[in-house]
Design a protein around this ligand. Structure first.
Ligand code: ZN
Ligand code: ZN
Length: 235
C-alpha cells in the first residue's frame, strides 16, 4: 500500500533533466538517452585490469600476462572518453553529486545484471587525508554509498588507510608504478568477509587496485573484485 502511494507520487513528479544537456532524462537516471548513447562500452576488457582488448586478441592484456595475483574480476563497463570525462570531472572537481548519482546508476545497471553471487563487502579506494581535505569528499566512497544501499551490501570505508599521497600513476611506467605504491596502504584490523569488491571511479592503470588486491589477499580475502565506472585506454 505504502509502495503504491510512493509510486503514484513519483509518477506524478516531472522526470529529472539530463545532467549534461538539460533535456528530459528518464525517471531512473538523470542522463538523457542521447547522452547515454554517447558513452562507449568497454566491450572486451582484460579480466585483471579492464584494459580494452581488440576483439580477437588474447584473453589477458600484455601487462597482466606477466603478473600474478590480480583481482578475480574487474568491472569497468565504460571507456573513459569525452562524455564520461565530463561526468567524472563535474563530479570530482566541481562537487557535482548529481553526476556522481548518474555514475553510480550506470555502474549499478551492469552489476545488477550479473547472475553470480555478489560480494559480502564493499571497500572504496581510500584517499590520502590531505587529498580528502582539498576535495572535501572521497569520490569512490560517494559512488559506493548508493551501490551498497541498493544492492544491500555492507560498506566499510575505514578498513583500508592510505598512508601517503602518490603521484598520478599514469605518468610512470609499470615497474615505477609498483614501486610508487609499495607501502602506500595499510589494513586496519581484521576482515571477516572473504569476498570483497573494491570501488573506484576510473581505472587509469590498474596498479592501485592491484596493490589493494594484494593487501586484501594477505588479510585472507579469497575473492577480490574491482568495480569502477570506466577504464582509461592505454596510450
Ligand atoms: Zn543529455
Ligand atoms: Zn590487464
Amino acid at each position: 500500500m505504502i509502495n503504491k502511494c510512493i509510486n503514484s507520487i513519483l509518477s506524478a513528479l516531472p522526470a529529472p533533466s539530463c545532467v549534461l544537456c538539460g533535456t528530459g532524462a528518464t525517471r531512473e537516471m538523470a542522463l538523457c538517452p542521447d547522452c547515454r548513447d554517447d558513452l562507449h562500452p568497454n566491450h572486451h576488457p582484460c579480466p585483471h585490469c579492464a584494459a580494452p582488448l581488440p576483439a580477437a586478441a588474447a584473453s589477458v592484456c600484455g601487462e597482466c600476462a606477466g603478473l600474478a595475483g590480480g583481482a578475480d574480476r574487474v568491472f569497468a563497463p565504460y571507456l573513459y572518453d569525452q562524455t564520461l570525462g565530463r561526468l567524472i570531472n563535474r563530479f570530482k572537481f566541481h562537487s557535482g553529486f548529481d553526476c556522481g548519482g548518474v555514475l553510480a546508476r550506470l555502474l549499478e545497471a551492469h552489476i545488477a545484471a550479473r547472475s553470480d553471487p555478489l560480494p559480502q563487502l564493499l571497500i572504496p579506494v581510500p584517499l590520502h587525508p590531505k587529498r580528502l581535505r582539498e576535495r572535501g569528499f572521497n569520490q569512490a566512497l560517494e559512488l559506493a554509498r548508493p551501490l551498497a544501499r541498493r544492492l544491500a551490501i555492507p560498506l566499510d570505508p575505514q578498513r583500508i588507510e592510505r598512508l601517503r599521497p602518490t603521484p598520478p600513476q599514469s605518468r610512470l611506467d609499470a615497474p615505477r608504478r609498483r614501486a610508487n605504491l609499495r607501502g602506500a596502504f595499510r589494513m586496519r584490523g581484521a576482515l571477516t568477509a572473504n569476498h570483497v569488491a573494491l570501488i573506484d571511479d576510473v581505472i587509469t592503470t590498474g596498479s592501485t587496485l592491484r596493490e589493494l588486491t594484494r593487501l586484501l589477499r594477505r588479510a585472507g580475502v579469497e575473492r577480490v573484485e574491482c568495480w569502477a565506472v570506466a577504464r582509461t585506454p592505454r596510450r
